[in-house]
Design a protein around this ligand. Structure first.
Ligand code: ZN
Length: 323
């Protein structure tokens, strides 16, 4: 990056609106989040002060340019996090004059570590809010890290929770969904412990002029609750079916059943198949499947060409197909 590029970026000043942030990242008004992120990473790499280590006269300018680039990214990332990227023209701060200052504006500043990246309010804390959407083998984790006030943070949290409750169930990544809920729970308890936003310095550059009003809790919304309910029902149904599935058995085509028939069985006795492994002794005048053609002391005594055997007490009765 040349000196002129650094000067140009510094000249754009710390952004306070989405369109200003887009202009700094050099992206068109319709560029999506991924494109903007790429642009940010490229710029941040090119303008990093370490790059100008051999030309100390430029490090101060590089540092200022990085501040501008980072501030632009915080706005884009923050708006994306609350689902407001590209849809917040009404939220744009009114400009104090018709034209932008072409000089570095010393009165505007980036939010401090205890001020909200999104609305500039104090107090604020660093939070990490994650969400997950998955369909079949596709999944898309959401990830917002930044300093936010309780109000903006709650908006981010509720959007992430809604996204995960609706989309976290329908693909391979569902195995990670419970972890995402635990992480969200952690973020929620941190937000709960914060004080509400109390003060905003007018010189803070942030995309919103007042704290973002959180949307309705997804726990009180029909759609997310329905999706979560359906997912839990399917999960429980699967668990129930696995738990109650019959254990695989060594099935054979011949009726070598496990229950011993009490009493001696004579040649000419008829059996009817009763399930894959069971036979019932029936009168030969009734419909039947097998007839006893010989008896022995164990199954080895039965001919290999036969239809199997039934254990009797004592010995076995060898069967032949008969109907
Ligand atoms: Zn805020």
């Amino acid at each position: 990056m040349q000196k002129s590029d650094l000067t140009r970026i510094i000249g754009l000043g710390i952004p306070s609106t989405e369109s200003q942030a887009r202009a700094i990242l050099g992206a068109t008004g319709t560029a999506d989040y991924r494109t903007l992120r790429k642009a940010y990473r490229r710029l941040a790499g090119e303008a990093h002060p370490d790059r100008f280590a051999n030309d100390p006269s430029l490090t101060t300018q590089a540092t200022q340019a990085m501040q501008v680039i980072n501030a632009a990214w915080e706005i884009i990332d923050g708006l994306h996090g609350i689902g407001a990227l590209g849809s917040s023209p009404s939220q744009e701060a009114p400009r104090t004059s018709g034209t932008r200052s072409s000089q570095w504006n010393p009165t505007m500043r980036v939010p401090r570590a205890d001020e909200c990246d999104l609305c500039g309010s104090w107090p604020a804390q660093h939070v990490h809010i994650r969400s997950l959407t998955t369909v079949l083998i596709w999944f898309s984790p959401g990830n917002y890290q930044g300093t936010v006030c309780r109000s903006c943070g709650t908006a981010l949290f509720r959007n992430a929770l809604r996204r995960t409750m609706i989309g976290g169930w329908w693909g391979i990544a569902t195995i990670a969904t419970p972890i995402y809920f635990l992480l969200l729970l952690g973020a929620h308890s941190k937000l709960k412990s914060m004080r509400p936003p109390a003060f905003r310095d007018v010189n803070v550059a942030a995309p919103f002029r007042s704290p973002v009003v959180p949307p309705k809790s997804p726990l009180k919304s029909f759609g997310p609750m329905l999706m979560t309910g359906v997912a839990l029902f399917i999960t429980l149904w699967f668990i129930y079916n696995i738990a109650t599935a019959p254990t695989p058995s060594t099935t054979s085509d011949s009726p070598s059943q496990s229950d011993t028939i009490t009493g001696a069985v004579t040649i000419g006795t008829c059996f009817r198949a009763a399930g894959s492994e069971m036979v019932n002794q029936v009168d030969c005048s009734e419909p039947h499947n097998y007839i006893v053609t010989s008896t022995g002391t164990n199954s080895l005594d039965c001919p290999a060409t036969g239809a199997g055997y039934v254990s009797t007490d004592p010995g076995v009765a060898c069967l032949t197909v008969d109907s």
